[in-house]
Design a protein around this ligand. Structure first.
Ligand code: FES
Length: 226
């Protein structure tokens, strides 16, 4: 019986007495227009959403090369003061990709025991951890000073005054072929514990490390390989 009923069901909307049906139609105009509007809406939404999604998650799949750049021989550096060196942090964009790094030898009486082979030299970033202005090391006071809003950091780059939210970032260092090399940047909390790079203004103490996870655009790098 059920088979017979299916057989007799017409494909024409008029035969099925659908509202808005016209003779000879298999789809009502109302249903056709509704479907067309939905498809147009999906296409329009995709035009906005897909590029945004691509920009957001694209960097996750980007292969980031770990670069090491020689800045001199070990005897060029002292453990009581910093020597400024220029390195290329972002290759391929000319002078804009260069940055100044303050480098000195590890000093056990100040820094404690060396953590690992990447800690034999201390390389401090000049980017202020308030809003990113370039800081300057002042040898007379053994302080890093930010000219923008009065941020002050001690000899190890820990914040001692002003609005910065954490110590100055650092770079991994190592010795290869008799040269001191500067590697990827990393961030530190107030105990100088290493974290993957964060932006200025993002604290790393307490729940700050969870509130401000490292983003791909902050150049999250794999641990350096020896
Ligand atoms: S940017 Fe350095 S204190 Fe504001």
């Amino acid at each position: 019986m059920a088979k017979d009923r299916r057989k007799t069901k017409s494909k024409y909307t008029a035969d099925r007495q659908m509202p808005g049906a016209f003779e000879g139609e298999t789809v009502t105009r109302r249903r056709f227009m509704t479907g067309t509007t939905h498809v147009a809406g999906i296409v329009a939404a995709s035009a906005f959403a897909l590029p945004a999604l691509g920009f957001a998650i694209g960097p996750v799949f980007e292969k980031v090369e770990v670069r090491w750049e020689p800045v001199g021989v070990p005897d060029d550096f002292d453990d009581r003061t910093y020597i400024p060196k220029t390195i290329t942090e972002t290759p391929g964009i000319g002078e804009v990709g260069k940055t100044t790094v303050y480098v000195r030898k590890h000093n056990e009486s100040i820094d404690g025991p060396q953590k690992d082979e990447y800690d034999g030299f201390i390389a401090i970033s000049t980017r202020c951890m308030h809003l990113g202005c370039p800081v300057r090391f002042v040898p007379a006071s053994e302080r890093f000073i930010c000219p923008c809003h009065g941020g002050v950091y001690d000899f190890q780059g820990k914040r001692t005054g002003g609005p910065p939210v954490r110590p100055l970032d650092r770079f991994y260092t190592r010795i290869r072929n008799g040269k001191v090399e500067i590697g990827p940047r990393y961030s530190v909390n107030s105990e100088l514990k290493r974290f993957s790079p964060r932006y200025p203004g993002e604290p790393l103490d307490g729940i700050g490390q969870y509130l401000y996870p490292s983003r791909p655009t902050a150049r999250k790098l794999p641990p350096p390989q020896s």
